[in-house]
Design a binder for this molecule. Structure first.
Ligand SMILES: [Zn+2]
Length: 263
């Protein structure tokens, strides 16, 4: 379906970007993005996907809002404390952009729901708070051949990469032994989770539209206390228990892979 006059108006400034235009906007409109862990990281990433015009967002997050979420969860409001976060995220994003569809799933990622969630999406953003959910999403993305933007942080450090099954290392290749990050154990500034969230949303937008160069096979590490950014090549473990058996298509671009997945 072509862009409506309202959509042409809403996205005019980004369609002016060289190499973007109406074609890229339509690719965004025809994409469903899954965001797991809609907190300081996932909520802010979802915000930028919503205003960019990603046609459908599936937001997955269990639990109720607590007051100490409010230093970083910018989709929330103080009067929502005690109520399920994911419905407030849906409400805020719908008010920002009524032209997109937003599905809210008030559950944590589990072995029971992950395959259905991933199959319904063209791309996933991994913004979960623990490696249990991250591993479940990674495994499902590999099984169903869906690209995944992997964003993680610990205190003032942040990590970002983009995974395309069969083409790049997967999360298990990167972290065969899981870092011992305590969900409650580190302090967090909203500006840090927000920085990483913007970069994660940008990775997704680049992958969907073909704009620029996503972080394929590269891990961007950020020490935000020192404003130091480093790009590392990631190691593809061909004996990886998760992605080791997947065939490789080095010529296939991310954009082409998405284009075949998106109707
Ligand atoms: Zn792997």
């Amino acid at each position: 379906m072509p862009l409506s006059p309202t959509e042409l108006d809403r996205y005019r400034r980004q369609m002016q970007l060289p190499g973007f235009g109406e074609a890229a906007q339509l690719q965004l409109k025809n994409t469903t993005a899954l965001v797991t862990g809609v907190g300081g990281l996932g909520g802010t990433a979802a915000l930028y996907l919503a205003v960019a015009g990603v046609g459908k967002l599936i937001l997955v997050r269990g639990g109720d809002l607590i007051r100490d979420d409010l230093n970083r969860q910018v989709l929330m409001t103080d009067d929502w404390v005690g109520k399920p976060r994911v419905y407030k995220a849906q409400q805020t994003l719908a008010a920002l952009n009524p032209d997109i569809e937003i599905e809210a799933v008030c559950e944590y990622v589990s072995a029971d729901n992950i395959d259905e969630l991933v199959q319904a999406a063209d791309i996933a953003l991994d913004c979960a708070f623990d490696f249990k959910e991250r591993d479940l999403l990674n495994g499902a993305c590999v099984r169903h051949g869906k690209p995944m933007v992997e964003a993680a942080m610990n205190s003032m450090e942040a990590y970002l990469t983009t995974i395309i099954p069969g083409q790049t290392p997967c999360l298990t290749c990167l972290y065969p032994e899981k870092p011992n990050w305590d969900r409650w154990g580190f302090g967090v500034l909203g500006a840090v989770s927000g920085t990483l969230a913007c970069l994660a949303a940008l990775e997704a937008i680049k992958l969907i539209t073909g704009l620029g160069d996503p972080l394929l096979g590269q891990l961007l590490t950020m020490d935000l206390a020192r404003a130091e950014f480093t790009k590392l090549r990631t190691f593809h473990d061909h004996d990886c228990p998760v992605c080791g058996g997947i065939s490789h298509h080095p010529k296939k671009t991310a954009n082409r892979q998405l284009a075949t997945a998106a109707p």
